[in-house]
Each structure stands twice: as structure tokens, then as C-alpha cells.
Design a protein around this ligand. Sequence first.
Ligand code: ADP
Ligand code: ZN
Length: 529
Amino acid sequence: PTAVPSGLVDAIARVWGFRSLRPLQEHAIAAVLARRDSLVVMPTGGGKSLCYQAPPIFRGDTTVVVSPLIALMKDQVDSLHRVGVPAVRFDSTQTAVERTAAENAVRGGKVPLVFASPERLGMSGFVRMVGESCRVRAVAVDEAHCISHWGHDFRPEYRQLGRLRELFPGTTIHAYTATATEKVRGDIAHQLGLDEPEIIVGHFDRPNLTFRVLPKLDVRRQAREVIDRNRGSAGIIYCLRRKDVEELAAYLVAAGYDAIGYHAGMANEERRAAQDRFAVEEAPIVVATIAFGMGIDRPDVRFVVHAAMPKTIEHYQQETGRAGRDSRPSECVLLYSGSDAITLRNMIEKSAVESGGDLSFLPAVFEQLSAMDRYCRGAVCRHRALVRHFGQEYEPANCKACDICLGDTQEVPDATVVAQKILSCVARVNQSFGVGHVVSVLRGESTDSVRQRGHDKVTTFGLLKEVPKPDLRDWVFQLIGHEVLVQTVDEYPILRLNAASWEVMKGQRPVRLIQLVRRTQRGRRSSTP
Ligand code: ADP
Ligand code: ZN
């Protein structure tokens, strides 16, 4: 990347007081100044906004910023005003007076930053006014993953952004997002019609975070264990439903903790008050649905607990990313129950049907859900699994900061032999059945479905009958995580073999399986129920 001019570094110091640019920011800003389209994937807290805010201030022209979240636009405009930078926004929540003021500012032609909701860009009058009054040389698309079905937060109104090039001829287009797999990156570039974009991807690993997935036994007790380990620190506990938020927050308050509930059903002022408390208090614990986090900038969050599995790995990465922004050790604990995936699947389906929208993207959403589920059941180093999800390699053999590498888990003895038995059973049932059926056959359960298919006669029937069902299911999922077994992504997922499966069966490839264990209250270890 070319270095950015010193004049721009000075301007940033003058306006924001930052003494230097972060390496990725430098690279991203250089792309804007070089008039190259770009796609910037930078983890939350990396400082994306500066990348599109600084260039127009330095060049004395205008950048149009598209953002899906009105609250975020407001925050950004307010904070630009605080540092003395003219900025305006256009969205549907404005009053007529606010709109007129914004229009007058644009007509004055001296506004470096014009924020607009995607709907506004669909209005030709708006586009003409901005184009005629200001020297627009760049368009920035914030939260760009919203344009892709394969992203975790698809927004249909973002599809209109495919016309940006036509709407603002002669500008460069720059897309920014915190989370995007390679597939999503490709889709963003394609949908926005980026022209040979500079693709700038940050590092996804957060070495100061310790990741653990624990079987969910008792959310209250398990949450308190994490809070007590981190006494005197701020933390966030994510729940699935508003009701869970209210109950857990009330419980913690009654137990003497400084707990604050936060969910989308609360009134705006209540939410604002909760955010303010979280920002200033000594050791606040926010119990929240995913609505909490946008625009939260407290660097010393010491723990993030997930009382339920998130919908996607992207969500998980973003939510855990709110811990330890100050780079000090912090922990992320996910309380896992296999039924979470089913609950989420039903919730997603229900809301898609109720909103009467397009259902064709549901398979993509379900695939992301099952990737999250595989992560939880997996026996792969958590840092490695997360980083690999975003298409990056992870070098260390032992991260020293996850349940798997820290040995919170026990090895299954003779794991390779166990794996061979499981894989042979998949072969025996002709690679045509799902996890439940294969587990039944291996455990020698003479169910109707097993007998009807004659699977009580196959040689693998009852081969692992001494293994408890939940353990056997875990191991099957671990084999999928190790990529020596494949689960299809159909409506009824089926287990299939791949080349690696045969290597395992021929004894050419050893496999490690872990016994997922839990610590009881007294700190003893016992096997999963
Ligand atoms: P993102 O949108 O990527 O999550 P933000 O743009 O909100 O991140 O920036 C995150 C935080 O980092 C903000 O508090 C911002 O003031 C700070 N920040 C950004 N760039 C720098 C920099 N070069 N030096 C110091 N602090 C910075
Ligand atoms: Zn690890």
C-alpha cells in the first residue's frame, strides 16, 4: 500500500486527536485517495469510520455514506459535529425542519459527509440535489454485508445499491464490513459492481480472548460463575428472548449484582439510559438480546456470556468482539444446548413467514445456523475454527486460550477405532441417513425405523452400544468438524463419506475425539449427561 500523505495524517490529528493511523486504516485510506474501489473487512472496533470520513475532509470534496442503521448514522453525525466537521443525514425518521436544514447545508456545497439510508438513494430528487450541489467523489457503503444473502443480516433495501455507479457517475465505491466470509466478500463486490477492488482484510483472531463452549446446565449458576471470576468488571450476557433477559436481569439484581436489562422491546429513553449506565458505571453487567452492542465502545468489557447459541458465526464473532477491546485478557463463554439450534430455526422460519417476504434465502440462513452448531459441537481449537471460518489460516498448534487447547476436555480413548466404527456404519447404511439414525444403529436400538430398513442386521448394529447417546452424537459432530465426515445441507441432513473418511477407515489417518466434560459446582469433572 502507498503511504498516505502527511497532510492527511496531520488533519486527522487536528480533527480527532489520533496520533497515528492503524495499518489497515492506512491501507484503506490509501485506496480511497488512489481512487481505487475497495472492500474493507475490518473487525469491530478496528476504526472503519475514519477510513471514509477522513478523505473528503482532506480533499475538500464530498463522500456519500450509505448505512442501514439510522441510530448509527445519528451517532456518527453527532460525533462529527462534536469535532467540528459538517455532516448531514437523510432518513425517514427526520422531521420536515431537520430535512430542510440538511438540504440547505447540502446546497451550500461544503459538506464533506452526507449520510443516507438506502431508501433515500432510491429517490431521484435526493440524488440529483446531492450530485448538483456537492463534488461527490466517493460513495461509502457501511455494513456492506447487508447486501448479501450469504451475510448474516441481509436487508432487501440494500439491493438497490447495485445502481450506485449509475447514480453517482465518476465516483469510486468503497464497501466496509466487520464480518464477511470469502463467499460474502465475492457477493458484495459483485452486487455493488466494484471495479477491480482493492480487497483489504484485517486479522480476525483475537488472541486475548479465551473461548469456551460449555454444556448448558443452569444458566443462572453458570452466569454467576463467570461474573464472580471477573468480580468488579463490566460484562455482557446475551440471551435469546426478551423474557429471558428480564428474568435473568431481575435474578442478578436480587442477588446483589449491578445488572441492567436491555432489549428491543424497551422504550428508546430506557435503552438510552441502559447504555449510559453501561458506559459509566464501575462493573455493570448488561443482560441483553442482540439489540445491544451497536455503537457500544467500552474497552474494558472483561467477559461475554452467551446464554444461548447465536444464529451465525458472524454474530458470535461480533458479539464476543465486544470483550477485551483494550487487548487485556477477557473471556467468552457460550452455554450450549442442542435444542438452541432447533429453537432458532423455528424462530427464523416463523419470522420469515410472518413478514411475508422472500423465503428463498432460508436455506442460506439455515446453513449458517448449522455452521454455528458445528462450531459448538466441534473439537477443533476455537481460535482456529473462528479464523478459518473467515478464510484465514491459524498457525499456532495450541492457542492456550480455548477449552479445547487448555485441556478442559478429556480425550476419548482409542478415538481412531471409534471413528472407524462410526464411519463404517455410515457406509453400511449407504450414506443415506442422518445423525439420529446412524447413532441408533451404532447403539443397537431396535426401533421401527431401524428394523424396517433391516439395519438391525448390518454388521455395525450395536457396535458402540456402551456409549451414551449424547456422547455418540457429539463424536459424530466432531468427525464432521474434523472434515472426515460430511453432513449435507438438505432439509433432512444426511451423513456422507469423503476421501478423508476412507483414509481413517484404512488406518491411514488418526483422529482425535474429546469427551465434552462439565465441571460440577464443586469443580469435579463429570461426563456430559
Ligand atoms: P468500527 O466502525 O470499525 O467498529 P469505529 O470507527 O467506531 O470502529 O472506531 C472504533 C474506535 O477506535 C473509536 O473509539 C475510534 O475513536 C477509535 N479509533 C479509530 N481510529 C483510531 C486511531 N487511528 N487511533 C486511535 N483511536 C482510533
Ligand atoms: Zn485453542
